[in-house]
Ligand binder design. Structure first.
Ligand code: SAM
Length: 217
């Protein structure tokens, strides 16, 4: 197993995180045991972060003790890998669909470093009492106004020099514009407040998605 970023490992073509809850899996992922440690495979078809790494993402600014605000937690697939990575940090996992949020509760039951929050990422003031200042925002909400949602959350929660992982789904921003136009417009707007450290289109894993790594100015 090669150690490629803090808490992220690679063997052949597959990425792994060290399982924080050995013996438990979250979405039917494969596990591998090596020298007394259990690793969970990270599926690029199920997670945009893993897809970006498959596309040779060269930066992954997360440490073992990072605090992460995760917007669009869904059923907890990628959240669980971030929970593995920030083994002595924290993941605040925001999801607005009650039906989906119920599933994340069981997925992260035994993960003490995940705080599931049922809330709308467009209204950060509602979860401000539950969330501290964070080192990282991970956003994958697949809805309109994705850049605006990030700006508001970064203003309220992101530390100076903090980092962002942003998945932009072109179709959710505009079904009329070409994806490339949506991506260029989004990047132009983001440049006001962030430095763009990396950008990867996620085909063939996720059609018409751009994955950006940003740093707050
Ligand atoms: C593409 S899925 C996220 C997948 C997830 N990031 C993963 O990799 O496991 C988008 C999720 O964002 C949620 N979502 C969309 N808009 C939201 C909002 N305004 N606030 C919170 N969650 C939102 C949706 O309900 C959905 O579960």
């Amino acid at each position: 197993m090669d150690d490629i970023f803090p808490g992220i490992f690679q063997e052949k073509d597959t990425f792994y995180t060290e399982n924080l809850v050995p013996g438990e899996t979250v979405y039917g992922e494969r596990t591998v045991q090596e020298v007394g440690t259990e690793y969970r495979s990270w599926n690029p078809d199920r997670s945009k972060a893993a897809a970006a790494m498959k596309k040779d993402l060269h930066v992954f600014p997360v440490d073992r003790d990072s605090e992460v605000l995760y917007l669009g937690a869904s059923t907890g697939t990628t959240v669980s890998h971030f929970s593995d990575i920030v083994s002595s940090g924290m993941v605040y996992a925001v999801e607005y669909s009650p039906k989906i949020a119920r599933k994340i509760l069981s997925a992260v039951e035994e993960r003490e470093n995940v705080a599931p929050i049922l809330a709308d990422a467009r209204k950060p003031e509602e979860y401000a009492p539950l969330c501290s200042k964070v080192d990282v925002i991970y956003q994958d909400v697949a809805q309109q106004g994705q850049v605006r949602i990030l700006e508001r959350n970064a203003e309220m929660f992101l530390k100076e020099d903090g980092h962002v992982f942003l998945a932009i789904k072109a179709q959710s921003v505009s079904s009329e514009k070409e994806p490339v136009e949506v991506f260029e417009e989004s990047k132009e707007r983001l440049k006001d407040k962030f430095e763009i450290l990396a950008g990867k289109k996620l085909e063939p894993f996720h059609e018409d998605h751009l994955f950006l790594v940003l740093q707050k100015n």
